[in-house]
Design a protein around this ligand. Structure first.
Ligand SMILES: Nc1ncnc2c1ncn2[C@@H]1O[C@H](COP(=O)(O)OP(=O)(O)O)[C@@H](O)[C@H]1O
Ligand SMILES: [Mg+2]
Length: 140
C-alpha cells in the first residue's frame, strides 16, 4: 500500500519521532523505498564570495548531520533507503519530491525547530497538508 515513503526531517524532536514512525511503517508495509529529505534555505546572492561558499558548506554539513541522526532512528528497513539534501522553500521541495518520486505517503512532524508558541501545526506541515499529492502522516 505504501511502497514509497517520503520522510522530511529538520533535526527537531518531532522529526525524529516521525523518523521512527516512518521506519515502522516501512517495516510493516515492507515498503520498497524510504526517502529521507532535508532542505535548507536558499543562500542569498548578496552575501557575495567567499561568504556564499562558506554558508553553503556549513548548511550542507548541518543537513548531513540531520540526516545521519534520522538514519540512526530509522535503523534497518527491508527496502531501499535514500537521502536527499535540497535547497529552497521546504514545503515546495517536499511536495515536488513527492510528485517526482511518486511517493505514496509523506511523513513529517507536526512541529519543527520553529518557536512560535501556540501553533498546532508548523508552517511546513500546514503547507504540505494543504498541497500534497498523496496522503500525509503528521506525527505529534
Ligand atoms: N528544512 C526542513 N527540511 C525537511 N523537513 C522539514 C524542514 N523543516 C521542517 N520540516 C518537517 O516539517 C515538520 C514541521 O516543521 P515546521 O512546519 O517547520 O514547524 P515549526 O514552525 O515548528 O518549525 C518537521 O517536524 C519536519 O518533519
Ligand atoms: Mg520549521
Amino acid at each position: 500500500m505504501f511502497e514509497r515513503i517520503l520522510l522530511a526531517v529538520d533535526g527537531s524532536e518531532h522529526a525524529l519521532r516521525a523518523a521512527r514512525q516512518a521506519a515502522d511503517l516501512a517495516r510493516n508495509m515492507r515498503s520498497k523505498e524510504l526517502r529521507v529529505i532535508v532542505s535548507y534555505d536558499t543562500i542569498p546572492i548578496y552575501l557575495g564570495e567567499p561568504n556564499m561558499q562558506i554558508a553553503y558548506v556549513n548548511r550542507k554539513s548541518e543537513a548531513e548531520k540531520i540526516l545521519n541522526d534520522a538514519l540512526k532512528e530509522i535503523g534497518e528497513i527491508p527496502g531501499k533507503l535514500v537521502t536527499n539534501v535540497l535547497e529552497g522553500d521546504t514545503a515546495s521541495r517536499i511536495i515536488e519530491s513527492a510528485e517526482v518520486h511518486k511517493s505514496d505517503i509523506i511523513v513529517l512532524g507536526s512541529r519543527g525547530l520553529g518557536s512560535l508558541a501556540g501553533l498546532l501545526l508548523g508552517s511546513v506541515s500546514q503547507k504540505v497538508v494543504a498541497h500534497a499529492p498523496c496522503p500525509v502522516l503528521i506525527i505529534r
